[in-house]
Structures are given as C-alpha cells and as structure tokens.
Write a protein that binds this ligand. Sequence first.
Ligand SMILES: Nc1nc2c(c(=O)[nH]1)N[C@H]1C(S)=C(S)[C@@H](COP(=O)(O)O)O[C@H]1N2
Ligand SMILES: [Mo]
Length: 412
Amino acid sequence: MRGEDLLDEHAYSQVRADQFVHAQAKAAGVSRRRFLELVTAGAGAAAIEGLRPRAVGAQAPTDLVVKPTPPEFFNELGPNREMRWEVMYSRGYVVPNELFFVRNHSRTARLDAATWRLRVEGSGVSEPREFTYEEIIALPSVSVMRFIECAGNGRSFFEASYGNKAQGGQWKLGAIGVAEWTGVPLREVLDRAGLRRSAQDVMPEGLDELKVRRPMPIAKALADDTLLVYAMNGQTLPMDHGFPVRVLVPGWIGVANIKWVGRIEVSDQPLYSAWNTESYVLIGPQYKRNPPAKGPALTFQNVKSAFELPWNGELLAGPTLLRGRSWSGAGKISKVEVSLDREITWQTARLREPNIPRAWVRWDLDWDAQPGEYSLRARATDERGTRQPVIAPWNDQGYLYDAVVKHPVTVR
Ligand SMILES: Nc1nc2c(c(=O)[nH]1)N[C@H]1C(S)=C(S)[C@@H](COP(=O)(O)O)O[C@H]1N2
Ligand SMILES: [Mo]
C-alpha cells in the first residue's frame, strides 16, 4: 500500500471509504450493506470517534486572535481575519506575517514551547514517541515558499452565481497567503518513530479547543515539502499561525495545515475525523455521498486570481499599472489574461518572477484608465492546462470557488 498513489482526490476518498466500511462492518459483525444502512440512518456515526465537530461557545471577540488586525489590513469574519488585497500592491513575493490571513475554527491556542510535546503514535509506527521543541528544531530542516489557502476562499461569490449563499464565512479572495516556511520534513519525524511499511494514513491533530485534525494518505505525508513548520518568513512561527509547530501540506486545502500540532496518528487503517466526513467534503447535486463521509473529501486547491485592488475601489483616471497574483494547487501558473471590458477582449498580463509551484505568480498590465464603472476580470491557466472557468459548480459548503471573479472598480 505504501507506494500506492493516492494523491488523486477521487481515488483517495473512494479507496479509503471502501476500506473503512469494510473494516467497520467486519468489526461490528454486520454485512457491508447493513453497515452502510446504519451510517446513512445516522447511527453509524457513533462508530467513529469525534466524528461531529463540537460547537464552540461564544468567545470574547478580542480573545480570538493574538496579533493586531486593524481594519486597514483585514476584514473581520467571526474568528477569522481576511487579508485585504490592496495591501499587497507593490509588496514583495511573500505576505508579511503581520498581514497574513487567520482562519481559526475556535481561537488561537496559547502554547509554551518549553512544555509542548509532539506525540507520534498509532498502528503505523513501531516506536511511538514524543519530541520536544528542541528536538524538532535540531532535525534537518528545509525552507519552501508555498501558499496556504482556505478551501472556502471565494465562497461569497457563489451567491452572485446561484442566488444563494453557501454555508460558511463569506470570504472574498483574501483567505490566502504565501510565506517562506521553515521546518522539518514530516518524513524525518515519522522515520524516527519507526514508520511501518503498512502505514496508510497520517492524521496530525491540533492542541486548540476543537483538536482540529484531518488525515492525509502516507504518500502526501512523505512528500519532500510536507513539513513540520516552526518559522514563517524567517521569524518564529507566530501564535496565530500555529506556534510552536504547524503542519504544511502544500497544494492541499487550508485545513490540512494543522496549527499547534500536538499529536500525529499514523495508522495502517483508513482514518476519519469530522474534518473529512462532515466538513471539507463536497456536498451538492453533482457529488455522491461517500460513507462514512457525506461526499468526496477535498484535497487540492484549484486555480484562482486576484487583483491587488480594494473591493469596489476607486482609481484616478490616467495611466496606471494594474497588478495581481494567480495560483494553483496543481503547479505553476503558465498564463494570466485580463479583461477590462466585461470579457469582450482579453489581454495577456506580464508574469513576474519568481513563479513558484504551489505558491503564486505576480502579474501586471498597463492600463490607460478612462473614467467609468468597470468590472475587471482575471483568469489564470496552470501548467496542467487548467483554466479558471466561467462558473464554479455548486456545493453546499461553498468550497473551491475557482470561477473568474468580477471585480468592481470606479475610475474618476
Ligand atoms: N489546529 C488548527 N489548525 C488549523 C485550523 C484550526 O482551526 N485549528 N484552521 C485551518 C484552516 S481551515 C486554515 S484555512 C488554515 C489557516 O491558516 P492560518 O490561520 O495560518 O492562515 O489553518 C488550518 N489549521
Ligand atoms: Mo480553511
């Protein structure tokens, strides 16, 4: 099973669901079909520990995030802070830590590196053990530029396409950031815990109130750039971004990048949690249930673009340099086109180096802006040839909105 390529999203969720159902049915001494009936009726859910996310009580809003998040830099969405895209205009490749978006399911955990431990355990390792912070930072390390993007980034745009709001925080496009992440390849730590050849799934778990956790197949856990991160843009990992250690799972949806990681379960059986059965799965008319999950589990982020402009922004008439960034979970961006005239014509934007896979590329375009109301469009194509579509397929929880966004701008 070790060499099995489960990086493809559909293969991964289908294979795991089949294996899981088989094992659970066997353990319960019922047929596969009877087990599925129970799960569908809601009773089977009890078979899976912690399947349903617990509700979080009301929090004092000031308590949710540690760093200052002034309204010039961020939109506040409950416990989350969305980056305003205009703050990236004329900035460098990475998003500075002070400007990086925050997505917390509950609130920022306040941990002490001196008492923090990382426990690696489960049927997939022969020598379960704990690591201290000192031990982690003494291991071989690498630094990579990658994005972290919430699966719900762009969710608010479903409403304009379908007339209905998708469930969840109504992000525009600011639930993404690129940083230089420094840490230890997860593989190094798994090897030191005696990784078995039979290991199938790896589930990092956070030390936050909800113990957010989500599994990935062993192939993804062993990838060169899947890291246990302790520094962000050359600084100690900030509390809001997972201090002392978080996981980086490049290209995958934001929630895979578990912050405040305290435990990693390695299993020779398929693993499930609420975050790949109830949420972060695709539920909608075109998606099939995938018991015990309510739909196919999300893996990779898709292709998106954003202008470095305020939403409903105002520009002064005259020559201006329009700027933006595009990204894809599948690799580099190969082309970006911009339309200033509501998709009658498209112009190719200049791409600026660097163009790093699973990070983003900056682009720009000269525009002699004349007074008027505009609806700007940018559409990117990645190296696999995937281009942003006109419409994103509906799913109830509003994940993976990749359609071309209509960005309103007034020129005076
Ligand atoms: N432990 C834990 N890890 C977590 C989360 C969380 O609530 N708890 N949120 C996830 C989600 S949904 C996203 S999009 C990213 C956001 O990372 P950031 O807050 O550093 O930008 O962290 C992920 N890791
Ligand atoms: Mo997210």
